[in-house]
Design a protein around this ligand. Structure first.
Ligand code: ATP
Length: 503
């Protein structure tokens, strides 16, 4: 799997999806640029999310708030001051880690161990296997589970209480070793703030420090009244936003999984107090359905319910996807109570209330948040789609089997030869499609090579113009996944592209 992941990373660069930032200067750690293919894929993913939120829900509207916000916002949100990120250093490798991430990785390893035991059991007992019973009664599974749960609870308690020594003690008790040096020679745990800061105004005359937002959500909270009033929104309703966020992540790993500059797609859904847990359950399921609709296999997703919660939440779950490096979070669904709006009321001194005409009451709404990383979605789509296939004729091909509506290029138009009027026909076909779809025209190299190039970027349809096209107005259309070709009337092409790859 690790080999495969390396190949995927190389593939992303070779075909113009993702490049290291400032590569000619040897790159900038945990920052990446999207190339000509990557940006199309990313835009399609954003559009798929945006439409599913704003077009398919009458009660969800979008905004686009600024990255810079008043510094007080981050005091209200708790990003400045209260809970910062705990760091620990390994004295031998001099590598720095987020203590909670080290422990989370350890917990994930225990989950893998448990899964392995379950698989063994399944093999051993065959048809008679009862997974639930096995998990409850197998002594080895019980032992690992008990230890795992104990550590999980201790970590949540330590994080909530800002207990740095407690965190360090967990790392020592679980005998976590540095992935680089392999030793357990750890320093104490220190607090660190992940927010990037900069100065606004003239630096000379005591300018103010402001932050690059570490999440998009606060832009929604501070605009709650603006949107509610001007849009005459009635609770329950949601506000959606896509935008950049910045975190000075310490452990930059796994390609675009954890970056310092990334993009989020967030939706805050405002509900009546007391109804939040029912809405939380609804959104959890709705978001899982959205992911599964991409067709990457239901088994490749799971929920991770948070047993211990941040102080502002009364329920939280992650949606995890099976990346080549294991199950990892792609999206969080959180029931954040009235914490955020309440804090902004307190810090701004402005009333942030909703008058509910149905109940005759005024209240601070409760919030369900769905928060998903665009880049993690890109990685999900790429790692699910990347395939190396052995063909019947003994050849190999690399294909990105990604959902056609997300594909960067919807169709390629390929004249079989560069003469006999075939390029002209091909251009004409391209021109009928180009206003609605991203289409490529390619006349270089053998047709086989051109098909391979399109497979490698995930183009669902290849339209080939040959000599018969000039005679009877038909072309061949090749399907990326089955590689089957059929003859189709040129007039029927736009409808075919729409049915295959339209959003
Ligand atoms: P993690 O535990 O992986 O750091 P988180 O729980 O801090 O993530 P949230 O603050 O809930 O993440 O952010 C919501 C979503 O934003 C995550 O589910 C993830 O998809 C995305 N995200 C968060 N941090 C990063 C990052 N550094 N790079 C890319 N995406 C990120």
């Amino acid at each position: 799997q690790e080999e495969l992941f390396k190949k995927l990373v190389a593939h992303c660069k070779e075909y113009g999806f993702i490049f290291p930032s400032s590569e000619i200067y040897d790159g900038l750690s945990a920052v990446y640029d999207y190339g000509q293919m990557g940006v199309e894929l990313k835009n399609n993913i954003k559009r798929y999310w945006w439409d599913s939120m704003t077009k398919l829900h009458d009660n969800i509207v979008g905004i686009d708030a600024a990255i810079f916000m008043h510094p007080r916002v981050w005091e209200a949100s708790g990003h400045v001051g209260a809970f910062n990120d705990p760091l620990i250093d390994n004295k031998d490798s001099k590598k720095r880690y987020r203590a909670d991430v080290l422990i989370e990785d350890w917990i994930a390893k225990q989950d893998e161990k448990i899964d392995k035991e379950v698989e063994k059991g399944r093999k051993r007992f065959g048809e008679r296997f009862d997974e639930e019973q096995f998990r409850a009664t197998n002594p080895r599974v019980a032992e690992i589970t008990a230890k795992r749960n104990e550590i999980n609870t201790r970590m949540a308690q330590a994080l909530n209480a800002n207990d740095l020594d407690g965190l360090r003690q967990i790392i020592i008790d679980t005998e976590i070793a540095c992935p680089i040096s392999g030793t357990r020679n750890w320093t104490e745990v220190r607090q660190f703030n992940l927010m990037f800061d900069t100065k606004i105004g003239s630096v000379a005359d005591g300018a103010n420090t402001i932050y690059l937002r570490p999440e998009t959500a606060q832009g929604i909270f501070v605009n709650f009244l603006n949107v509610q009033k001007t849009g005459r929104m009635k609770i329950p309703f949601g506000i959606a936003q896509i935008g950049k966020a910045f975190r000075n992540e310490i452990v930059a790993r796994q390609f675009i999984f954890r970056m310092r500059e990334f993009e989020q797609m967030e939706m805050q859904f405002f509900v009546r107090p007391g109804e939040e847990l029912a809405w939380f359950a609804k959104w959890k399921e709705a978001r899982m359905r959205w992911h599964r609709a991409l067709g990457f296999g239901d088994d490749n997703y799971r929920f991770h319910d948070h047993e211990k919660l941040a102080h502002y939440a009364n329920a939280a779950a992650d949606i995890e996807f099976r990346f080549p490096f294991g199950f990892k979070e792609v999206e969080g669904v959180h029931s954040r109570t009235d914490f955020d709006l309440g804090r902004h009321e307190e810090f701004s001194g402005k009333k942030i209330r909703y008058y509910d005409a149905e109940t005759g009451e005024s209240y601070i709404p409760y919030v369900i948040e769905t928060s998903i990383g665009v880049d993690r979605m890109v990685l999900q789509v790429l790692s699910a789609g990347y395939q190396e296939e052995k063909l019947e004729n003994g050849e190999e091909r690399t294909v990105l089997s990604i959902p056609a509506p997300l594909a960067p290029v919807k169709a390629a138009v390929l004249p079989l030869v560069k003469k006999d009027g075939l390029p002209e026909i091909a251009h004409r076909i391209k021109n009928t499609l180009r206003y609605d779809y991203n289409i490529q025209y390619d006349e270089k190299d053998s047709i086989g090579k051109r098909y391979r190039r399109q497979d490698a970027i995930g183009t669902p349809l290849c339209i080939t113009v040959d000599h018969q096209s000039a005679e009877d107005g038909t072309v061949t259309v090749r399907d990326r996944d089955t590689m089957r070709q059929e003859r189709v009337n040129i007039e029927a092409i736009p409808a075919l592209v729409e049915s295959k790859a339209g959003m």
